[in-house]
Design a protein around this ligand. Structure first.
Ligand code: PLP
Length: 348
């Protein structure tokens, strides 16, 4: 792969990423603010995210797997960061857990026993306070005596909604204060931070909002978009009045229309259902999508961009909440579905 020849780019705004982290940290009051960088930094590239947030002062990072932890080991050592592996530790992860500068988040009674039998050491522990996903039951904290628990954490099921479950889960974690030797308590993801200072405890764990996602309206004015798509014009053509564009001929020109075709499609994670919610920009001109999004190609109305030609670059700022709504997908799915053909390029 010739990097300079990557057909399309995902440009990532490092200043916006840091701005979002700082905004979330402020909202968390006195709590430390970490960062979820699982799934390769929600698709942006975990190393680029960790490097920038570490320089801004973020110390606590979360990945899902030991493979993801291994990919960050050098950066973690270089900046003396804390890295936790959310899926815990299976028997076959024990060597990685011993050798890498990362600790497991223990989720089950079996994992606690495995960790203790191997000599213990620093770990985090997930408590299930009602989501019934990963985690120990509250009464199992009795098993943690003498295990070196750094952070006792739980995870909110409905943080982006006004749900009675939020208060119940908060109370469930608060009731465990002092019941273990844990140094810190942690509950809030991005939307949890917006629920108020009671939810921040000692450490917050935002993910989606760092990357420009807006999981709840309260965060809308604080969070800036981070990613934009840049694609290239492969062809410019004049579509005569009465002719159609694209698969199933869903768009018909009412008059002669200049059209450009760009090298972007649903195989890049650009949702086929996006339609008018996404508008490409070129030198200040807006270029709406015409007809169907193909696997690798999109046609754009070039009436507002008379000078645009083959080889020029158009840009879509990824407005995650608007795109998710229009495409009927979640912001998380959209971000993590952005394809591998993009070259990821950080600006700052
Ligand atoms: C992914 C994850 C987060 C971050 O959640 P967002 O909704 O992306 O802010 C926090 N904590 C845990 C346990 C997670 O799995």
């Amino acid at each position: 792969m010739f990097a300079n020849d990557a057909p399309s780019r995902l440009t990532l705004d490092g200043a916006a990423l840091v701005h979002n982290w700082q905004a979330l940290r402020r909202l968390g009051g006195g709590a430390a603010c970490g960062a979820a960088v699982k799934a390769n930094g929600y698709g942006f590239g975990a190393a680029g995210v960790v490097e920038r947030l570490a320089r801004a002062g973020c110390r606590d990072f979360y990945v899902a797997t030991w493979g993801e932890a291994a990919a960050l080991a050098d950066l973690v050592a270089k900046h003396d960061l804390s890295l936790s592996v959310l899926h815990g530790v299976r028997e076959r992860d024990m060597a990685a857990a011993r050798d890498l500068p990362a600790r497991p988040v223990l989720n089950t009674v079996e994992q606690v026993a495995r960790w203790r039998a191997a000599g213990g050491g620093a770990c985090d522990v997930m408590i299930d306070t009602g989501m019934n996903r990963l985690g120990l039951a509250a009464q199992d904290t009795a098993l943690l005596d003498g295990v070196g628990v750094e952070t006792l954490m739980s995870h909110l099921a409905c943080a982006e909604e006004a749900s009675a479950m939020n208060g119940c889960q908060r109370a469930g974690l608060a009731a465990l204060a002092g019941r273990t030797d844990a140094r810190r308590l942690s509950l809030a993801n991005s939307a949890g931070i917006a629920l108020g200072p009671d939810y921040a405890f000692d450490l917050t764990r935002p993910g989606i909002a760092l990357y420009g996602g807006v999981p709840c309206d309260a965060l809308a004015i604080q969070i800036r978009p981070v990613a934009a798509i840049e694609a290239e014009v492969l062809q410019r053509r004049l579509v005569p009045a009465g002719a159609t564009v694209g698969y199933n001929a869903t768009w018909t020109a009412s008059k002669d229309t200049p059209v450009i075709v760009i090298n972007l499609g649903y195989a890049d994670g650009f949702p086929r259902a996006l339609g008018p919610a996404a508008v490409a920009m070129w030198e200040g001109a807006a270029l709406p999508i015409l007809g169907r999004v193909s696997m690798d190609l999109i046609a754009l109305d070039a009436r507002a961009a008379s000078g645009i030609a083959e080889g020029d670059t158009v840009r879509f700022v990824i407005d995650l909440p608007a795109w998710a709504k229009a495409a009927g997908r979640s912001q998380y799915e959209l971000l993590t579905g952005l394809g591998q053909r993009f070259e990821r390029v950080w600006r700052d």
